[in-house]
Design a protein around this ligand. Sequence first.
Ligand SMILES: [Zn+2]
Length: 456
Amino acid sequence: MTAFDAYIESHRQAFVDDLADLLRIPSVSADLRHAGDIRRAAEWMVSRFKQLGLTTELFETAGHPLVVAESPPVPGKPDALVYGHYDVQPADPLGEWTTPPFEPSIRHGNIYARGATDDKGQLLTHVKSVEAWLKSGEKLPLQVKFLIEGEEEVGSVHLESFVAEHRERLACDCVVISDCCQFAPGVPAITYGLRGIAYYELKLSGPRQDLHSGSFGGGVTNPAGALVSMLAALKDANGRIQVPGFYDDVVPLTDTERQQFRDLPFDEADFMRQLAVDGTWGEAGHSNLERRWVRPTCDINGLTSGYQGEGAKTVLPARASAKFSFRLVPNQDPAKISLALQTFLEARVPPGIRMELVDHHGAPGVVVPLDSPYIRAAAAAIETGFGRPPVYIREGGSIPIVNTFARELGADVLLLGWGQNDDNTHSPNEKFSLADYQRGIRASAHLWQELAKLPA
Ligand SMILES: [Zn+2]
Protein backbone atom coordinates (compact mmCIF):
# COMPACT_ATOMS: atom_id res chain seq x y z
CA MET A 1 0.00 0.00 0.00
CA THR A 2 1.32 3.42 -0.93
CA ALA A 3 1.60 6.17 1.68
CA PHE A 4 -1.26 8.10 0.09
CA ASP A 5 -3.51 5.01 0.12
CA ALA A 6 -2.75 4.55 3.82
CA TYR A 7 -3.55 8.21 4.45
CA ILE A 8 -6.90 7.84 2.65
CA GLU A 9 -7.73 4.77 4.76
CA SER A 10 -6.88 6.42 8.05
CA HIS A 11 -8.65 9.70 7.25
CA ARG A 12 -12.02 8.26 6.24
CA GLN A 13 -13.85 9.98 9.10
CA ALA A 14 -11.92 13.25 8.82
CA PHE A 15 -12.87 13.45 5.11
CA VAL A 16 -16.54 12.96 5.95
CA ASP A 17 -16.37 15.59 8.71
CA ASP A 18 -14.86 18.09 6.34
CA LEU A 19 -17.51 17.41 3.69
CA ALA A 20 -20.21 17.94 6.33
CA ASP A 21 -18.54 21.23 7.23
CA LEU A 22 -18.84 22.48 3.64
CA LEU A 23 -22.40 21.15 3.31
CA ARG A 24 -23.46 23.27 6.29
CA ILE A 25 -22.88 26.43 4.21
CA PRO A 26 -26.12 27.19 2.30
CA SER A 27 -24.34 28.48 -0.82
CA VAL A 28 -27.47 28.82 -2.97
CA SER A 29 -26.38 30.79 -6.05
CA ALA A 30 -29.88 31.57 -7.34
CA ASP A 31 -30.94 33.44 -4.20
CA LEU A 32 -29.26 36.78 -3.46
CA ARG A 33 -30.17 36.46 0.22
CA HIS A 34 -27.43 33.81 0.28
CA ALA A 35 -24.71 36.08 -1.18
CA GLY A 36 -22.87 35.99 2.16
CA ASP A 37 -23.03 32.18 2.26
CA ILE A 38 -21.75 31.98 -1.30
CA ARG A 39 -18.73 34.04 -0.29
CA ARG A 40 -18.25 31.89 2.83
CA ALA A 41 -18.19 28.76 0.65
CA ALA A 42 -15.67 30.35 -1.74
CA GLU A 43 -13.49 31.33 1.22
CA TRP A 44 -13.84 27.82 2.66
CA MET A 45 -12.39 26.46 -0.60
CA VAL A 46 -9.59 29.04 -0.47
CA SER A 47 -8.71 28.02 3.11
CA ARG A 48 -8.57 24.32 2.20
CA PHE A 49 -6.30 24.97 -0.79
CA LYS A 50 -4.03 27.19 1.30
CA GLN A 51 -3.76 24.50 3.99
CA LEU A 52 -2.39 22.25 1.26
CA GLY A 53 0.17 24.88 0.32
CA LEU A 54 -1.34 25.47 -3.13
CA THR A 55 -1.00 28.83 -4.86
CA THR A 56 -4.56 30.08 -4.40
CA GLU A 57 -6.49 33.06 -5.66
CA LEU A 58 -10.09 34.20 -5.33
CA PHE A 59 -11.33 36.04 -8.42
CA GLU A 60 -14.25 38.43 -8.23
CA THR A 61 -16.70 38.38 -11.12
CA ALA A 62 -19.77 40.52 -11.76
CA GLY A 63 -21.57 37.61 -10.06
CA HIS A 64 -20.20 35.05 -7.59
CA PRO A 65 -16.44 34.56 -7.06
CA LEU A 66 -14.28 31.89 -8.67
CA VAL A 67 -11.47 30.08 -6.89
CA VAL A 68 -8.30 29.03 -8.70
CA ALA A 69 -5.56 26.98 -7.03
CA GLU A 70 -2.55 25.10 -8.31
CA SER A 71 0.17 22.81 -7.07
CA PRO A 72 3.76 23.42 -8.24
CA PRO A 73 4.54 22.66 -11.91
CA VAL A 74 6.20 19.31 -12.60
CA PRO A 75 8.23 19.63 -15.81
CA GLY A 76 7.92 16.77 -18.27
CA LYS A 77 4.56 15.64 -16.86
CA PRO A 78 1.06 16.45 -18.09
CA ASP A 79 -1.01 19.05 -16.21
CA ALA A 80 -4.52 18.30 -14.99
CA LEU A 81 -7.27 20.83 -14.27
CA VAL A 82 -10.11 19.91 -11.92
CA TYR A 83 -13.33 21.83 -12.49
CA GLY A 84 -16.13 21.86 -9.93
CA HIS A 85 -18.66 24.17 -8.32
CA TYR A 86 -19.27 25.15 -4.70
CA ASP A 87 -22.74 26.61 -5.33
CA VAL A 88 -25.92 24.57 -4.87
CA GLN A 89 -29.52 24.54 -6.03
CA PRO A 90 -32.22 26.05 -3.79
CA ALA A 91 -33.47 23.51 -1.24
CA ASP A 92 -37.22 23.99 -1.80
CA PRO A 93 -39.63 22.38 -1.14
CA LEU A 94 -38.26 22.31 2.40
CA GLY A 95 -41.15 20.27 3.81
CA GLU A 96 -40.13 17.25 1.73
CA TRP A 97 -36.71 16.87 3.34
CA THR A 98 -36.46 14.15 5.99
CA THR A 99 -33.70 16.16 7.71
CA PRO A 100 -32.92 19.87 7.11
CA PRO A 101 -31.00 20.44 3.83
CA PHE A 102 -28.09 22.28 5.45
CA GLU A 103 -27.72 20.03 8.49
CA PRO A 104 -25.92 17.02 7.00
CA SER A 105 -27.29 13.72 8.26
CA ILE A 106 -25.87 10.24 7.75
CA ARG A 107 -28.32 7.38 7.17
CA HIS A 108 -27.74 3.94 5.64
CA GLY A 109 -24.24 4.85 4.47
CA ASN A 110 -25.33 8.04 2.69
CA ILE A 111 -24.80 11.65 3.65
CA TYR A 112 -27.96 13.71 3.11
CA ALA A 113 -27.73 17.46 2.41
CA ARG A 114 -28.20 19.91 -0.44
CA GLY A 115 -25.00 19.75 -2.53
CA ALA A 116 -23.95 16.32 -1.16
CA THR A 117 -23.43 14.88 -4.64
CA ASP A 118 -23.91 18.06 -6.78
CA ASP A 119 -21.19 19.03 -6.48
CA LYS A 120 -19.57 19.48 -3.08
CA GLY A 121 -19.06 15.76 -2.35
CA GLN A 122 -17.78 14.88 -5.80
CA LEU A 123 -15.60 17.99 -6.00
CA LEU A 124 -14.01 17.31 -2.60
CA THR A 125 -12.83 13.85 -3.70
CA HIS A 126 -10.20 15.62 -5.82
CA VAL A 127 -9.22 18.04 -3.06
CA LYS A 128 -8.87 15.17 -0.58
CA SER A 129 -6.83 13.08 -3.03
CA VAL A 130 -4.35 15.93 -3.42
CA GLU A 131 -4.31 16.25 0.39
CA ALA A 132 -3.53 12.54 0.66
CA TRP A 133 -0.52 12.88 -1.62
CA LEU A 134 0.84 16.01 0.02
CA LYS A 135 0.17 15.22 3.68
CA SER A 136 1.48 11.68 3.48
CA GLY A 137 4.84 13.16 2.56
CA GLU A 138 4.74 12.22 -1.11
CA LYS A 139 5.46 14.60 -3.93
CA LEU A 140 2.44 15.12 -6.17
CA PRO A 141 3.73 13.59 -9.43
CA LEU A 142 2.15 16.18 -11.72
CA GLN A 143 0.70 19.66 -11.54
CA VAL A 144 -2.95 19.74 -10.49
CA LYS A 145 -4.92 22.95 -10.96
CA PHE A 146 -8.38 23.67 -9.59
CA LEU A 147 -11.04 25.94 -11.03
CA ILE A 148 -14.06 26.12 -8.74
CA GLU A 149 -16.97 28.34 -9.62
CA GLY A 150 -20.04 29.56 -7.74
CA GLU A 151 -22.48 30.01 -10.60
CA GLU A 152 -22.90 26.55 -12.13
CA GLU A 153 -26.49 26.26 -10.97
CA VAL A 154 -27.37 29.62 -12.55
CA GLY A 155 -25.85 28.95 -15.97
CA SER A 156 -22.10 29.57 -15.36
CA VAL A 157 -22.65 33.15 -16.52
CA HIS A 158 -19.06 34.35 -16.07
CA LEU A 159 -17.14 31.13 -16.59
CA GLU A 160 -16.69 31.22 -20.35
CA SER A 161 -15.12 34.69 -20.44
CA PHE A 162 -13.00 33.82 -17.39
CA VAL A 163 -11.59 30.70 -19.06
CA ALA A 164 -10.90 32.63 -22.27
CA GLU A 165 -9.12 35.41 -20.35
CA HIS A 166 -7.07 33.03 -18.19
CA ARG A 167 -6.17 30.49 -20.85
CA GLU A 168 -2.46 30.57 -19.93
CA ARG A 169 -3.05 30.11 -16.23
CA LEU A 170 -5.55 27.28 -16.79
CA ALA A 171 -3.52 25.60 -19.55
CA CYS A 172 -3.59 21.81 -19.10
CA ASP A 173 -3.57 18.50 -20.91
CA CYS A 174 -6.80 17.20 -19.48
CA VAL A 175 -9.76 18.53 -17.54
CA VAL A 176 -11.30 16.36 -14.82
CA ILE A 177 -14.97 16.90 -13.94
CA SER A 178 -16.85 14.86 -11.37
CA ASP A 179 -20.37 16.26 -11.49
CA CYS A 180 -22.34 13.35 -12.91
CA CYS A 181 -23.19 9.72 -12.27
CA GLN A 182 -21.99 6.18 -12.45
CA PHE A 183 -23.97 4.05 -14.92
CA ALA A 184 -25.62 2.06 -12.13
CA PRO A 185 -24.82 1.16 -8.51
CA GLY A 186 -21.46 -0.58 -8.55
CA VAL A 187 -20.94 0.21 -12.25
CA PRO A 188 -18.57 3.19 -12.50
CA ALA A 189 -18.51 4.94 -15.85
CA ILE A 190 -16.48 7.30 -17.97
CA THR A 191 -18.71 9.62 -20.01
CA TYR A 192 -16.70 10.23 -23.17
CA GLY A 193 -19.16 12.06 -25.39
CA LEU A 194 -21.96 14.61 -25.25
CA ARG A 195 -24.45 15.70 -27.88
CA GLY A 196 -24.68 19.26 -29.11
CA ILE A 197 -27.79 21.24 -29.89
CA ALA A 198 -29.31 23.56 -32.48
CA TYR A 199 -32.52 25.25 -31.32
CA TYR A 200 -35.04 27.09 -33.54
CA GLU A 201 -38.38 28.78 -33.62
CA LEU A 202 -40.45 28.67 -36.80
CA LYS A 203 -43.05 31.44 -37.14
CA LEU A 204 -45.64 31.36 -39.90
CA SER A 205 -48.15 34.07 -40.65
CA GLY A 206 -51.01 34.06 -43.12
CA PRO A 207 -54.05 36.38 -43.34
CA ARG A 208 -54.03 39.76 -41.58
CA GLN A 209 -56.24 38.43 -38.76
CA ASP A 210 -57.97 35.28 -37.51
CA LEU A 211 -60.78 34.32 -39.93
CA HIS A 212 -64.13 32.50 -39.77
CA SER A 213 -63.28 28.98 -40.90
CA GLY A 214 -66.73 28.60 -42.47
CA SER A 215 -66.54 31.72 -44.59
CA PHE A 216 -62.85 31.51 -45.51
CA GLY A 217 -61.78 27.88 -44.91
CA GLY A 218 -60.76 26.26 -48.20
CA GLY A 219 -59.90 29.59 -49.79
CA VAL A 220 -56.63 30.46 -48.01
CA THR A 221 -53.74 28.50 -46.55
CA ASN A 222 -54.17 27.81 -42.85
CA PRO A 223 -50.86 28.67 -41.09
CA ALA A 224 -51.44 25.89 -38.51
CA GLY A 225 -51.82 23.36 -41.32
CA ALA A 226 -48.74 24.71 -43.06
CA LEU A 227 -46.80 24.46 -39.77
CA VAL A 228 -47.63 20.82 -39.11
CA SER A 229 -46.85 19.74 -42.65
CA MET A 230 -43.54 21.62 -42.67
CA LEU A 231 -42.60 20.08 -39.30
CA ALA A 232 -43.70 16.64 -40.43
CA ALA A 233 -41.42 16.94 -43.46
CA LEU A 234 -38.37 17.14 -41.16
CA LYS A 235 -38.41 13.38 -40.51
CA ASP A 236 -39.42 10.34 -42.55
CA ALA A 237 -41.26 7.26 -41.30
CA ASN A 238 -37.94 5.66 -40.27
CA GLY A 239 -36.97 8.59 -38.08
CA ARG A 240 -34.37 9.88 -40.55
CA ILE A 241 -34.00 13.65 -40.68
CA GLN A 242 -34.71 14.87 -44.23
CA VAL A 243 -32.75 18.13 -44.32
CA PRO A 244 -30.21 17.67 -47.15
CA GLY A 245 -26.65 17.18 -45.89
CA PHE A 246 -27.81 16.75 -42.28
CA TYR A 247 -25.89 13.48 -41.82
CA ASP A 248 -22.84 14.43 -43.94
CA ASP A 249 -20.52 15.08 -40.99
CA VAL A 250 -21.85 12.39 -38.64
CA VAL A 251 -19.06 10.02 -37.66
CA PRO A 252 -20.40 6.45 -37.74
CA LEU A 253 -20.23 4.42 -34.56
CA THR A 254 -17.35 1.96 -34.40
CA ASP A 255 -18.06 -1.73 -33.88
CA THR A 256 -16.31 -1.52 -30.50
CA GLU A 257 -18.63 1.26 -29.35
CA ARG A 258 -21.74 -0.59 -30.56
CA GLN A 259 -20.61 -3.69 -28.71
CA GLN A 260 -19.87 -1.69 -25.55
CA PHE A 261 -23.36 -0.17 -25.54
CA ARG A 262 -24.87 -3.60 -26.19
CA ASP A 263 -23.02 -5.00 -23.17
CA LEU A 264 -24.41 -2.35 -20.80
CA PRO A 265 -27.06 -3.51 -18.35
CA PHE A 266 -29.94 -1.65 -20.03
CA ASP A 267 -33.46 -3.04 -19.94
CA GLU A 268 -35.89 -1.63 -22.52
CA ALA A 269 -38.96 -2.96 -20.65
CA ASP A 270 -37.78 -1.24 -17.50
CA PHE A 271 -37.21 1.98 -19.44
CA MET A 272 -40.79 1.82 -20.77
CA ARG A 273 -42.17 1.17 -17.31
CA GLN A 274 -40.27 4.17 -15.92
CA LEU A 275 -41.80 6.45 -18.58
CA ALA A 276 -45.23 4.79 -18.53
CA VAL A 277 -45.23 4.22 -22.31
CA ASP A 278 -46.24 1.02 -24.13
CA GLY A 279 -43.69 1.33 -26.89
CA THR A 280 -40.55 3.18 -28.00
CA TRP A 281 -39.64 4.68 -31.34
CA GLY A 282 -36.61 6.17 -33.00
CA GLU A 283 -34.26 6.02 -35.95
CA ALA A 284 -34.41 2.59 -37.59
CA GLY A 285 -31.31 0.43 -37.26
CA HIS A 286 -30.19 1.82 -33.89
CA SER A 287 -30.66 0.68 -30.32
CA ASN A 288 -32.33 2.81 -27.67
CA LEU A 289 -29.01 3.90 -26.11
CA GLU A 290 -27.52 4.64 -29.54
CA ARG A 291 -30.53 6.79 -30.43
CA ARG A 292 -30.24 8.79 -27.24
CA TRP A 293 -26.45 9.06 -27.03
CA VAL A 294 -24.82 9.00 -30.43
CA ARG A 295 -27.44 9.68 -33.12
CA PRO A 296 -28.74 13.14 -33.98
CA THR A 297 -32.43 13.76 -33.36
CA CYS A 298 -35.15 16.29 -34.04
CA ASP A 299 -37.82 17.10 -31.47
CA ILE A 300 -40.67 19.59 -31.38
CA ASN A 301 -40.46 21.44 -28.07
CA GLY A 302 -43.60 23.57 -28.28
CA LEU A 303 -46.50 24.40 -30.60
CA THR A 304 -48.71 27.48 -30.60
CA SER A 305 -51.63 28.39 -32.85
CA GLY A 306 -55.36 29.05 -32.98
CA TYR A 307 -57.93 28.64 -30.26
CA GLN A 308 -56.69 26.94 -27.07
CA GLY A 309 -59.60 27.77 -24.76
CA GLU A 310 -62.52 25.72 -23.59
CA GLY A 311 -65.10 24.37 -26.05
CA ALA A 312 -65.04 24.90 -29.83
CA LYS A 313 -64.24 27.98 -31.83
CA THR A 314 -64.35 27.76 -35.62
CA VAL A 315 -61.31 29.87 -36.27
CA LEU A 316 -58.78 29.84 -39.07
CA PRO A 317 -55.75 31.21 -37.21
CA ALA A 318 -53.68 34.00 -38.69
CA ARG A 319 -50.45 32.72 -37.16
CA ALA A 320 -48.74 29.54 -36.03
CA SER A 321 -45.35 28.88 -34.48
CA ALA A 322 -43.26 26.06 -33.14
CA LYS A 323 -40.08 25.67 -31.15
CA PHE A 324 -38.00 22.70 -32.15
CA SER A 325 -34.44 21.50 -31.82
CA PHE A 326 -31.91 19.06 -33.11
CA ARG A 327 -29.59 17.22 -30.81
CA LEU A 328 -26.34 17.08 -32.74
CA VAL A 329 -23.52 14.58 -32.52
CA PRO A 330 -19.81 15.47 -32.47
CA ASN A 331 -18.50 16.85 -35.78
CA GLN A 332 -21.88 18.28 -36.87
CA ASP A 333 -21.72 22.06 -37.21
CA PRO A 334 -24.77 23.99 -35.90
CA ALA A 335 -24.13 26.90 -38.32
CA LYS A 336 -24.10 24.57 -41.33
CA ILE A 337 -27.30 22.89 -40.10
CA SER A 338 -29.00 26.30 -39.76
CA LEU A 339 -28.28 27.20 -43.39
CA ALA A 340 -29.49 23.85 -44.72
CA LEU A 341 -32.61 24.02 -42.55
CA GLN A 342 -33.49 27.54 -43.74
CA THR A 343 -33.33 26.40 -47.39
CA PHE A 344 -35.27 23.21 -46.64
CA LEU A 345 -38.12 25.08 -44.94
CA GLU A 346 -38.27 27.95 -47.45
CA ALA A 347 -38.84 25.45 -50.22
CA ARG A 348 -41.90 24.17 -48.34
CA VAL A 349 -43.69 27.43 -47.57
CA PRO A 350 -47.13 27.20 -49.20
CA PRO A 351 -48.71 30.16 -51.06
CA GLY A 352 -50.13 32.87 -48.82
CA ILE A 353 -47.76 32.14 -45.90
CA ARG A 354 -44.74 34.14 -44.71
CA MET A 355 -42.03 32.37 -42.77
CA GLU A 356 -39.52 33.49 -40.18
CA LEU A 357 -36.94 31.12 -38.73
CA VAL A 358 -35.34 32.25 -35.46
CA ASP A 359 -32.00 30.63 -34.60
CA HIS A 360 -32.02 30.49 -30.78
CA HIS A 361 -28.76 28.83 -29.86
CA GLY A 362 -26.37 26.17 -31.00
CA ALA A 363 -23.47 24.22 -29.56
CA PRO A 364 -21.49 21.39 -31.11
CA GLY A 365 -21.21 17.97 -29.46
CA VAL A 366 -17.93 16.75 -28.01
CA VAL A 367 -16.27 13.38 -27.84
CA VAL A 368 -12.99 12.19 -26.36
CA PRO A 369 -11.54 9.36 -28.44
CA LEU A 370 -11.71 6.07 -26.54
CA ASP A 371 -8.04 5.47 -27.31
CA SER A 372 -7.04 8.77 -25.63
CA PRO A 373 -4.22 8.03 -23.16
CA TYR A 374 -6.07 10.16 -20.56
CA ILE A 375 -9.12 7.91 -20.82
CA ARG A 376 -6.87 4.89 -20.32
CA ALA A 377 -5.27 6.51 -17.28
CA ALA A 378 -8.70 7.31 -15.82
CA ALA A 379 -9.89 3.74 -16.45
CA ALA A 380 -6.92 2.29 -14.57
CA ALA A 381 -7.47 4.71 -11.66
CA ILE A 382 -11.18 3.88 -11.46
CA GLU A 383 -10.45 0.17 -11.48
CA THR A 384 -8.17 0.67 -8.47
CA GLY A 385 -10.57 3.01 -6.67
CA PHE A 386 -13.83 1.19 -7.32
CA GLY A 387 -12.58 -2.38 -7.62
CA ARG A 388 -13.89 -2.84 -11.16
CA PRO A 389 -13.18 -1.30 -14.56
CA PRO A 390 -15.50 1.46 -15.76
CA VAL A 391 -18.00 1.17 -18.58
CA TYR A 392 -17.89 3.78 -21.33
CA ILE A 393 -21.02 5.80 -21.85
CA ARG A 394 -22.18 8.87 -23.69
CA GLU A 395 -24.72 11.45 -22.64
CA GLY A 396 -27.50 12.73 -24.86
CA GLY A 397 -27.58 16.20 -23.37
CA SER A 398 -25.13 19.06 -23.65
CA ILE A 399 -22.84 20.48 -20.94
CA PRO A 400 -21.81 23.95 -22.15
CA ILE A 401 -18.75 24.14 -19.86
CA VAL A 402 -17.33 21.02 -21.51
CA ASN A 403 -17.48 22.80 -24.87
CA THR A 404 -15.79 25.83 -23.32
CA PHE A 405 -12.90 23.75 -21.96
CA ALA A 406 -12.49 21.75 -25.17
CA ARG A 407 -12.50 24.92 -27.28
CA GLU A 408 -10.50 27.32 -25.10
CA LEU A 409 -7.96 24.92 -23.59
CA GLY A 410 -7.81 22.29 -26.34
CA ALA A 411 -7.79 19.67 -23.59
CA ASP A 412 -9.46 16.26 -23.39
CA VAL A 413 -12.28 16.45 -20.85
CA LEU A 414 -12.70 13.48 -18.52
CA LEU A 415 -16.23 13.19 -17.09
CA LEU A 416 -15.77 10.88 -14.12
CA GLY A 417 -19.05 10.69 -12.23
CA TRP A 418 -18.99 9.26 -8.71
CA GLY A 419 -22.72 9.86 -8.04
CA GLN A 420 -25.76 7.62 -8.48
CA ASN A 421 -28.79 8.26 -10.69
CA ASP A 422 -31.03 8.29 -7.60
CA ASP A 423 -28.97 10.83 -5.62
CA ASN A 424 -31.83 13.37 -5.88
CA THR A 425 -29.74 16.15 -7.35
CA HIS A 426 -31.81 19.36 -7.49
CA SER A 427 -34.53 17.56 -5.46
CA PRO A 428 -35.38 17.07 -1.79
CA ASN A 429 -33.24 14.57 0.17
CA GLU A 430 -30.14 14.90 -1.99
CA LYS A 431 -27.55 12.35 -0.92
CA PHE A 432 -24.11 10.97 -1.69
CA SER A 433 -22.90 7.50 -0.80
CA LEU A 434 -20.02 7.66 1.67
CA ALA A 435 -18.55 4.51 0.13
CA ASP A 436 -18.53 6.24 -3.27
CA TYR A 437 -16.98 9.32 -1.66
CA GLN A 438 -14.13 7.21 -0.32
CA ARG A 439 -13.79 5.26 -3.61
CA GLY A 440 -13.79 8.54 -5.53
CA ILE A 441 -10.94 9.88 -3.37
CA ARG A 442 -8.94 6.71 -3.96
CA ALA A 443 -9.64 6.76 -7.72
CA SER A 444 -8.65 10.43 -7.90
CA ALA A 445 -5.39 9.84 -6.01
CA HIS A 446 -4.52 7.03 -8.41
CA LEU A 447 -5.52 9.19 -11.38
CA TRP A 448 -2.66 11.58 -10.53
CA GLN A 449 -0.30 8.61 -10.44
CA GLU A 450 -1.58 7.19 -13.77
CA LEU A 451 -1.52 10.54 -15.54
CA ALA A 452 2.04 11.15 -14.37
CA LYS A 453 3.12 8.03 -16.29
CA LEU A 454 2.14 9.77 -19.54
CA PRO A 455 4.39 12.13 -21.47
CA ALA A 456 3.57 15.85 -21.18
ZN1 LIG B 1 -23.39 20.22 -10.59
